[in-house]
Design a protein around this ligand. Sequence first.
Ligand SMILES: Cc1cc2nc3c(=O)[nH]c(=O)nc-3n(C[C@H](O)[C@H](O)[C@H](O)COP(=O)(O)OP(=O)(O)OC[C@H]3O[C@@H](n4cnc5c(N)ncnc54)[C@H](O)[C@@H]3O)c2cc1C
Length: 462
Amino acid sequence: MTSYDYDLFVIGGGSGGVRSARVAASLGKRVGIAEEYRYGGTCVIRGCVPKKLFVYASQFPEHFEDSAGFGWTVGESSFDWKKLVAAKDKEIERLEGLYRQGLENAKAEIFNSRAELVDAHTVKLLQTGKTVTAERIVIAVGGTPNPHVSLPGHELTISSNEAFDLQELPSSILIAGGGYIAVEFANIFHGLGVETTLIYRGKEILSRFDNDLRQGLHAAMVEKGIRIILEDVIHEVKKDEAGGLVAHTKQGHSLNVGQVMLALGRDPNTQGLGLENAGVAINDRGAIIVDEYSRTNVPSIFALGDVTDRVQLTPVAIHEAMCFIETEFKNNPTKPDHHLIATAVFSQPEIGTVGISEEEAAAKFEEIEVYRAQFRPMKATLSGRSEKTIMKLIVNAADRKVVGAHILGHEAGEMAQLLGIILKAGCTKDDFDATMAVHPTASEELVTMYSPSYRIKNGERL
Ligand SMILES: Cc1cc2nc3c(=O)[nH]c(=O)nc-3n(C[C@H](O)[C@H](O)[C@H](O)COP(=O)(O)OP(=O)(O)OC[C@H]3O[C@@H](n4cnc5c(N)ncnc54)[C@H](O)[C@@H]3O)c2cc1C
């Protein structure tokens, strides 16, 4: 029998990699893990966590304004970007330490190095040039912002990576993209006082979300003062005379701004990884092709998380890692379940959603019922802020199952987490109706929409 240095070697110390390594090591397996940048990966270092901290920071100006309606007089306020970045850095350092600690406690061997494949069982650690062998290898190297190299002047732009650590907060920014990262950063920068423009080539921001929410969020962002340009793209970025940048768009806009941020999707980190040495197959986007058990075409090599381009979310990468452990080390074959993933967009207002949109449901089922409520949240009555909450339930008329739940409003992400359990359990609209409301809350609306707002039969709204 061949003997290897490790039972498992993991390349990439992000959400999926750390979970695979830590749990395998805690089962007594001999585990090595290599990370080329910082343990915690995208989510902890330059994704979900710092992003949410920045969202909180950007909400304070509205809180200060709203307080007046409740009798408060708030003194003059000011914002210090450097202080925010330093506070964020301290927190992610703490979290990075916890990730490393978890690996150490489980007795995984930690390498601070880039790793590349040499063959189906061998990995090279670039920092020392040493090679190690493993019975199984997990590739969990994540993704990186698409740099859009065909855009003239792309080298003058930033991505979400740099946005977290800018030396100075710009006075204005142009953000290209219509996905959740572009939308979230547009709200963050606007909230921090930056004049913000979002440019997106599509007809509406956030494709794949329910149309009502897309339009509702668009209107709310414009009302706050964010400029949104649709059906247009940047075709050149140059330095301007004032020391800033000028972006020229296909439709003829010229925008002078302090920064241009590109949020145009993420590419799998597979370049130079040595996949060809081991014969690991990738698709035309460079993502590693895996089967339902996260197995690549090479029996000893597995891939999970963003590098496989299935669903690019932290809990998904972690779930895939746990399924890998069950299957490979606990003799309990378990496929990751990608059905009904609840998710949030930390825009302002927030989006929380699970299941399919009205448009998808109308195309999929013969008849659907749509329950829709749009109302002013209670806090806005005294604050005077003109804002709307939208809640929607999409029901398959044939079996009364709730197939989609969509919310735009405060704490929509928190609500989506709980709705995720409800939809996963296969609850029907009658289960919602039979549930007592919690009063006074916004979410009580979800259990008090007794009659459908409208039905859609064979694609026709009735
Ligand atoms: C701005 C932003 C906001 C986000 N917000 C959310 C959110 O709110 N909620 C959510 O669920 N998801 C969010 N995500 C997505 C989430 O961060 C990813 O889905 C998640 O991190 C994927 O985990 P992973 O393990 O696949 O990869 P990653 O976490 O990206 O980890 C991969 C690691 O591998 C390392 N690496 C790469 N190549 C090598 C190599 N050859 N050798 C050694 N190490 C290597 C990288 O340095 C990295 O640390 C966000 C992402 C971004 C960019």
